[in-house]
Design a protein around this ligand. Structure first.
Ligand SMILES: [Zn+2]
Length: 272
């Protein structure tokens, strides 16, 4: 059993988890939700992040297995990198679909997921058998320096300073971001002639990309899944309402899904 990598956001000492709260030796205490997640945001900004509708749409969409090919790809990737007793941190884990499924597959490792959205983490914690979930902001992650053997990050902005800090010296950073044709079928419906995504990971050379693979699949969505998918993407807010409504009346749709999975390590700085 490895030590808990989660630290008190007030004093930085390790947290211990009890049934109803998490606490440090200096007496700082943080309530756990009834599902079990713990809120480690100090200044009242909790409740930010993805809202209830977006979280429930994504929960339903992922539960139907539309991205199960990405999950399979991640299992293969982790098979090569994970060891028993490893600490795996899922940054911006949302509803914990990937965190919980991977924890189940690699049951001897310890998985921790965080996200800014309390709502999303309630789903994550409810579905959890072992993984621990905490509300935190990516700009200041309450995790011990160098404690993540594997840092998993799927479809969210990167905070390099924090990621470099929490990643173990030999740690592996698994960075997942959309490929050029990801959701092109949906974009065609909404925009006619959409642009492809940029396939640049956006990482600085503080990270070295060890390997990169693309996972693609065309998926067919019924009306319910189409509506959920549109509701869980930024298109929902960026697209004129009449186009969204028209798209949501379609009985079904087909779209490419395309994920790039980069395996990265910290580049050796030569400073020792
Ligand atoms: Zn403390």
């Amino acid at each position: 059993m490895t030590d808990c990598p989660i630290i008190c956001p007030v004093c930085g000492y390790p947290l211990q988890f009890a049934e109803k709260n998490a606490f440090c030796k200096n007496g700082h205490s943080f309530d756990r939700s009834k599902e079990g997640s713990v809120n480690l945001i100090l200044n009242g900004s909790a409740g930010a992040g993805d809202g209830a509708e977006m979280a429930s749409a994504r929960k339903r969409f992922l539960a139907k297995g539309h991205y199960s090919h990405l999950l399979c790809g991640l299992k293969d990737t982790l098979k090569e990198s994970v060891h028993p007793h490893f600490t795996v941190i899922d940054a911006c884990c949302g509803e914990g679909y990937f965190t919980n499924a991977l924890q189940q597959e690699f049951s001897e490792a310890s998985f921790y997921g965080f996200d800014l959205s309390k709502r999303a983490l309630r789903y994550a914690a409810k579905d959890s058998r072992k993984a621990l979930f905490f509300v935190a902001n990516i700009s200041s992650v309450p995790v011990k320096d160098g404690s993540a053997d594997i840092l998993l990050h799927i479809f969210a902005p990167v905070n390099e300073r924090e990621f470099l800090r929490i990643l173990a010296p030999d740690g592996v950073f698994i960075h997942v971001f959309p490929g050029k044709d990801h959701l092109m079928g949906i974009k065609r419906i909404l925009y006619g002639e959409p642009r492809q995504n940029d396939e640049n990971s956006g990482l600085s050379d503080a990270f070295e990309i060890i390997s990169s693979k693309k996972i693609s699949k065309k998926v067919t969505l019924d009306n319910a899944s189409l509506c959920d998918l549109i509701s869980m993407t930024p298109y929902f807010y960026r697209t004129p309402k009449d186009r969204i409504e028209k798209a949501m009346r379609l009985p079904c749709a087909e779209t490419e899904t395309e994920f790039i999975v980069d395996i990265c390590k910290k580049r050796e700085s030569g400073e020792g």
